[in-house]
Design a protein around this ligand. Structure first.
Ligand SMILES: CCCCCCCC/C=C\CCCCCCCC(=O)N[C@@H](CC(N)=O)C(=O)O
Ligand SMILES: [Zn+2]
Ligand SMILES: [Zn+2]
Length: 520
């Protein structure tokens, strides 16, 4: 399978003349604005409070043990099949496994643990300075289904090791984070660490079925207790290495928002009858035409109007010319870049509200005119769009009163979390990443899927979606796909990341920011 990429070289095929005409026209219209070569220079933190962080040294014996624990987690098939069907036996088994795997976490006087909605877990780790606002680390226990016959190189619940990778459903989504967080806490507690800033760990059991039981009940419990959080860190974005072609070196994309979502049902009802006397138009034909109109008329291009703009502005300095120039001046070039990005499904997701027809049902017998035809459309709403605008667009595009349009469920895009130099959560995550991987470029990103963290938006204004899982070309398709895997080294890096992050959160306040220096 080929990796969807921003085809940088296609840029070069865009004729110089059309580029110049566009640029000149817009340049004239916005003559008072200044062209820049780089908008990201100088966004660095200056001096961090001196810390006495414990560093994590893992010996060979511990390495074998931590990998054995991770493999055991992957082997428990905690599958969410649908909103109403999950493997509750596996969820119970996972609970027993966690207690056995992390004895210090479950016995420490600093940690309060409770089960929520039978299978989800909430941990509160007490801080020594109650004035420091706590934070929340989220991960989920459940996984999407997987069948070996779909083309897996190893059985999906065997946690088989191939060439230093562990293969299995949940290795990247999301048992690596779940196990990484608990393993980091276990190691910290063993080393006698007592945090200054308290924190929570939430492990939902039905994220893959939208978190209505797990995450939503954890939120309820926390709200009842009046908890307020400084920030939340959940799954979502990752380190991309070679996925965005033309980008010089790997980048850590920290999700500062996630797209909204809507599930819309389209249906056409007609009187059934004998197939020997068909009407001129059937319910299937009318519905198929409506669906085709939706596919032929994508939602408007909104590239540059949402939080995705920040991603490209932050990454601009790592591209060569002309992209560096284009991305540094999105006020002028975002329509042009949007047209290029929309050509591939992965990058199109950052340009607009996407429309995916996911189910189509009609007919019961070969010789009966079907009375009912139904289709389900799943939309992922761009951060500059609203649920209502999307519904209005569908109504106008379908344009046929015989097609009934029902909103099954939906929500607006999530608020955009802060990512400036005063942003505690963002800067702590960024520092932790850069301490481990100094050559990475760190940029804010948009999560195109949804996470449990969206249910927590009343508890914190800053929610980040990130884990330092390395995605190389071809890896994005492993997410919910076949041959999901993580390298042994990368899993260990996740443990170190959470180990350091928890300690970095103990600082009282962020260092004073640098004055930005912008040079052309
Ligand atoms: C400019 C190009 C940037 C390319 C970045 C690629 C990074 C891709 C990394 C991961 C893929 C996105 C996965 C997001 C997490 C989605 C979690 C999920 O599947 N959620 C479900 C269920 C739910 N909670 O609603 C969903 O349907 O969204
Ligand atoms: Zn997930
Ligand atoms: Zn998932």
């Amino acid at each position: 399978m080929t990796e969807p990429k921003i085809k940088i070289w296609k840029f070069l095929k865009i004729t110089v003349s059309s580029l110049l005409i566009t640029a000149l026209a817009l340049f004239t219209a916005a003559a008072i604005r200044t062209l820049s070569l780089d908008v990201n220079v100088g966004l660095q933190l200056a001096r961090w409070e001196k810390s006495n962080n414990i560093s994590l040294v893992i010996d060979q014996h511990q390495r074998e043990e931590l990998l054995a624990r991770f493999k055991e987690a992957v082997r428990i098939p905690t599958v969410s099949f649908s909103d109403t069907e999950s493997n509750t036996t596996a969820l119970r088994q996972f609970d027993s496994f966690l207690r056995k795997a992390f004895p210090k976490v479950f016995s420490s006087s600093l940690v309060h643990h409770e089960l929520v909605a039978n299978y989800s877990h909430l941990f509160r780790v007490q801080g020594s300075q109650p004035k420091l606002v706590p934070y929340l680390l989220l991960a989920h226990i459940d996984v999407v289904p997987a069948k070996e016959s779909d083309g897996w190189e190893a059985p999906p619940f065997a946690a088989k090791e191939i060439d230093d990778f562990i293969y299995g459903r949940g290795t990247i989504d999301d048992k690596c984070s779940l196990m990484g967080i608990l393993q980091a806490l276990e190691y910290l507690l063993i080393r006698g660490y007592a945090p200054r800033r308290g924190f929570y760990i939430g492990l939902g059991h039905d994220e893959e079925a939208r978190g209505f039981n797990g995450a939503m009940n954890i939120v309820r419990v926390m709200k009842e207790r009046g908890v307020k959080l400084s920030f939340i860190l959940d799954e979502g974005m990752a380190v991309v290495d070679g996925v965005i072609s033309g980008l010089d070196g790997p980048a850590a994309l920290i999700g500062i928002s996630e797209k909204g979502s809507a599930n819309v049902k389209l249906s056409v009802s007609m009187a059934p009858g004998h197939s020997s006397m068909p009407p001129r138009e059937s319910s299937i034909g009318i519905l198929a035409a409506a669906v085709k109109r939706l596919e032929d008329n994508p939602m408007p291009r909104l590239f540059g109007y949402g939080a995705e703009r920040e991603t490209f502005e932050h990454l601009a300095h790592k591209f060569g010319l002309p992209l560096k120039f284009i991305m540094s001046n999105l006020w002028l070039f975002s329509p042009l870049l949007g047209r290029v990005l929309e050509r591939k499904p992965l990058t199109n997701a950052f340009v607009r509200t996407t429309t995916a027809v996911t189910m189509f049902n009609a007919g019961v017998k070969v010789n009966i005119i079907p009375s009912l035809a139904e289709a389900h459309v799943n939309l992922r709403i761009h951060s500059a769009h609203s649920l209502q605008e999307v519904l209005d667009f569908i109504q106008d595009t379908v344009g046929d009163e015989r097609v009934k349009i029902e909103l099954i469920d939906g929500f607006d895009p999530l608020p955009i979390s802060s990512s400036d130099e005063q942003s505690f959560g963002f800067q702590i995550i960024k520092k932790t990443v850069l301490d481990m991987f100094p050559t990475l470029t760190v940029a804010p990103g948009i999560c195109i899927g949804n996470t449990d963290s969206r249910h927590f938006k009343d508890l914190a204004s800053d929610i980040y979606r990130f884990a330092p899982v390395w995605f190389k070309p071809g890896d994005v398709q492993r997410f919910h796909g076949i041959n999901e895997r993580i390298s042994k080294k990368n899993y260990e890096e996740l443990i170190v990341f959470y180990f350091n992050l928890i300690q970095n959160c103990d600082i009282q306040k962020l260092p004073e920011p640098h004055t930005s220096v912008h040079e052309l």
